[in-house]
Ligand binder design. Structure first.
Ligand SMILES: [Zn+2]
Length: 242
């Protein structure tokens, strides 16, 4: 089956898969003036698929005015240096992940779990360093396609953010929650603090939105908030006590 290079999530919001049909996703938000904001840039090898996704939307790399990273992991920030170079666009990332993006090194895994301790000692996970032009903070509303709100959801990484596109009531979760074989928490071995990640995922149940785009998994275009809230309510019952 042919993989579409870009998938509509909401008016002006498109998902660009960079691995498989939805295993890892970037997003493009289109402004009325023709400019584009990219959210996440995939692995180091992803820029070709991002450029193809833009082309499917009738856009050229030179239309990209801003690159927002949900966090400094190699499958989200790995392509950032090349995409920034090809577009000339500045990179925005939460202040608490900015140092990791600029170092090209992800934050350490959660030391409280065995897999995290093993991964923390491995040299992998590095990616091309990228200069950060803007350090984001929680609650900030970016002047992107009518308003893109920064929602801090730390735990997956120290400066992990989700993004709420207010005009289209679309949430981009980042890795705060996945939609891989159903809505689920971020896998604990991928988190810098998985207990914090589980706690802050609940912030997403309190926002107002209809649709959700996931950086891992397909979008939910109807009743996304209810689906997320149902998952969070069940997860709390399952997790207690831990
Ligand atoms: Zn991640």
């Amino acid at each position: 089956m042919a993989r579409p290079p870009a998938v509509a999530v909401a008016p002006g919001v498109f998902r660009i898969p960079t691995i498989g049909s939805s295993a890892t996703n970037s997003f493009a938000l289109l402004d009325d003036d023709g400019s584009v904001t990219l959210v996440d840039t995939g692995l180091q090898s992803a820029p070709a698929r991002i450029v193809a996704g833009l082309a499917a939307l009738g856009k050229h790399p030179s239309d990209v005015q801003r690159i927002v990273l949900t966090h400094a992991h190699p499958d989200h920030a790995g392509g950032a240096a090349e995409v920034a170079g090809r577009t000339g666009a500045p990179v925005a990332v939460h202040a608490d992940d900015a140092g990791f993006a600029e170092a090209g090194a992800p934050p350490p895994s959660d030391p409280s779990i065995a897999a995290g301790r093993i991964f923390a000692r491995l040299p992998g996970g590095h990616f091309p360093p990228v200069p950060v032009g803007e350090r984001l903070i929680d609650g900030q509303v970016l002047d992107v396609a009518g308003g893109l709100r920064v929602v801090a959801t730390p735990g997956h990484s120290p400066g992990h953010i989700s993004l709420l596109h207010e005009p289209s009531r679309t949430l981009i979760t980042g890795d705060a929650i996945f939609n891989v074989l159903g809505v689920r928490y971020s896998p604990r071995m991928l988190c810098s603090d998985f207990r914090m990640s589980r706690r802050t995922a609940h912030v997403l149940g309190e926002l107002e939105y209809e649709r959700a785009g996931f950086t891992h998994g397909p979008e939910i275009v109807d009743g996304a908030r209810e689906t997320v809230r149902l998952f969070l309510a069940k997860a709390v019952r399952r997790d207690t006590p831990e």
